[in-house]
Write a protein that binds this ligand. Structure first.
Ligand code: DOR
Ligand code: ZN
Length: 354
C-alpha cells in the first residue's frame, strides 16, 4: 500500500469481494458493472430462484454474469453451489472440474431463498467428505433457525450447536463463516486461528455495514428497511469487536460485502426483504470504517491479500486508488423495471474511488 504523506489518497492492490449476490437476468446489468469496477474477483452466491445446485448450472450462470461485464473491464466471477440435503457426493468432482470453488450452506429458512437449504447438516456428511478430499471450501450462513432462539442470538447458537461439532468431524475441511456479526464469532475465529500452525481452515468475511452501523440504524426515527440484512445488525459492542478483528491484520478475516440487491418496493414492504446493497461504493464504505479507527494501513491486507491467501488463489497484480474527497452516493439505480436503493444512498461519503 502506498500512503501519501497526508493520507489524502491511498493506492491498494486490486481487491476481491469474497461474498456477493449478483442475482440474474436484468439485475446483472446494474450490479455486475459496480462490482467489476472495484474488484478483480468475487465469490458469487448461489441463492437464485431456483438455486444453483449443479456444476452445469454454475457454468451457465457464470456465462450470463460474464456477458454483463462492461467492455474493457476485467472481472472474474468465482462460482459456488448451493448445498442441499440431496447434493450428491459425485457432484463435487463435476464442480471441481467446472472451476467451482465452494459450496454454500444455508440452514433451511435462514434467509432470502433458503427454502431449499439444509435441514440437518448430518444429511450432507457424504458430500462434505468429498469436498474435504477435493479441497472445495464450505461457506456457511451461520445462524440457527429455531424460532425459540432470539434473532440476535442465532449466530452465537450456530457456533455452539453446529460449527464446533462440524469442525470436529471435518478437521481438514476449509470453512468460511460468512458475514460475521458478533463478538462471539470474531473471538471464535480468532481463537481458532491462534491455535493453528500452518494453513488456516477457518476464516470469516465481514461486511461494510456491520463495521459501520449497529442495530440502532434500523430504527432511527422509524423503521429503515435499507439497513435490514441477515444476520441482522447487532449492538455496538459487537460492531466494535468486528472493527477490531477486521483492522487487526489477522489473515483469518477478509472482505465480503454480502451486497444483496432487492427491488426497493420489496424492501419498503410489510414483510421487507433482507439485504443491503453496497456494491456501488464498497471500497469507499470499508475505507470509512478503517479510517474511523486510524487503520487505513490495514485495509490492503483485509481487502486484497487475506482472502486470496485463504482460498489458495494468487493475489491480484493491478491497483485501485481511493481519495479523501466528499461525494454524494446516488439515491437509487435502475434495476430492471424497478429501483434499487443502496445503503447510505443520497448521503455524503468521505472517500471516493477514482
Ligand atoms: O441480508 C441478506 N440478504 N442475507 C442473506 O443471507 C441473503 C441475502 C440475499 O440474498 O438477499
Ligand atoms: Zn449473502
Amino acid at each position: 500500500m502506498i500512503n501519501a504523506p497526508t493520507t489524502q489518497t491511498i493506492t491498494l492492490t486490486r481487491p476481491d469481494d469474497w461474498h456477493i449476490h449478483l442475482r440474474d437476468g436484468a439485475a446483472l446489468q446494474t450490479v455486475v458493472p459496480h462490482t467489476a469496477a472495484q474488484f478483480a474477483r468475487a465469490i458469487v452466491m448461489p441463492n437464485l430462484k431456483p438455486p444453483v445446485t449443479t456444476a452445469a448450472q454454475a457454468t451457465s450462470y457464470k456465462a450470463r454474469i460474464q456477458a454483463a461485464i462492461p467492455v474493457g473491464m476485467r472481472f472474474e466471477p468465482l462460482m459456488t453451489l448451493y448445498l442441499t440435503d440431496n447434493t450428491p457426493p459425485d457432484e463435487i468432482a463435476r464442480a471441481k472440474g467446472a472451476g467451482v470453488v465452494a459450496l454454500k450452506l444455508y440452514p433451511a429458512g435462514a434467509t432470502t431463498n433458503s427454502d431449499a437449504g439444509v435441514t440437518d447438516i448430518r444429511k450432507t456428511y457424504k458430500t462434505l467428505e468429498a469436498m474435504q478430499k477435493s479441497g472445495l471450501l464450505l461457506l456457511v450462513h451461520g445462524e440457527v433457525t429455531s424460532p425459540e432462539i432470539d434473532l440476535f442470538d442465532r449466530e452465537a447458537a450456530f457456533i455452539d450447536q453446529h460449527l464446533i461439532p462440524l469442525r470436529k468431524d471435518f478437521p481438514e475441511l476449509t470453512i468460511v463463516m460468512e458475514h460475521i456479526t458478533t463478538k462471539e464469532a470474531a473471538d471464535y475465529v480468532a481463537g481458532e486461528a491462534a491455535s493453528k500452525t500452518g494453513k488456516l481452515t477457518l476464516g470469516a468475511t465481514i461486511t461494510a455495514q456491520h463495521l459501520l452501523y449497529n442495530r440502532n440504524a434500523i430504527f432511527t426515527g422509524g423503521v429503515r428497511p435499507h439497513y435490514y440484512c441477515l444476520p441482522v445488525l447487532k449492538r455496538e459492542t459487537h460492531r466494535l469487536a468486528l472493527l477490531e478483528a477486521a483492522t487487526s491484520g489477522n489473515p483469518a478475516f477478509f472482505l465480503g460485502t454480502d451486497s444483496a440487491p432487492h427491488a426497493a418496493h420489496l424492501k419498503e414492504h410489510a414483510v421487507g426483504c433482507a439485504g443491503c446493497y453496497t456494491a456501488h461504493a464498497a471500497m469507499e464504505l470499508y475505507a470509512a470504517a478503517f479510517d474511523s479507527v486510524g487503520k487505513m494501513d490495514k485495509l490492503e491486507g483485509f481487502a486484497s491479500f487475506f482472502g486470496a491467501d485463504f482460498y489458495g488463489l494468487p493475489r491480484n497484480t493491478g491497483t485501485i486508488t481511493l481519495k479523501r474527497e466528499a461525494w454524494t452516493a446516488p439515491e437509487s439505480f435502475a434495476f430492471g423495471e424497478a429501483l434499487l436503493k443502496p445503503l447510505a444512498g443520497g448521503e455524503q461519503l468521505a472517500w471516493r474511488f477514482i
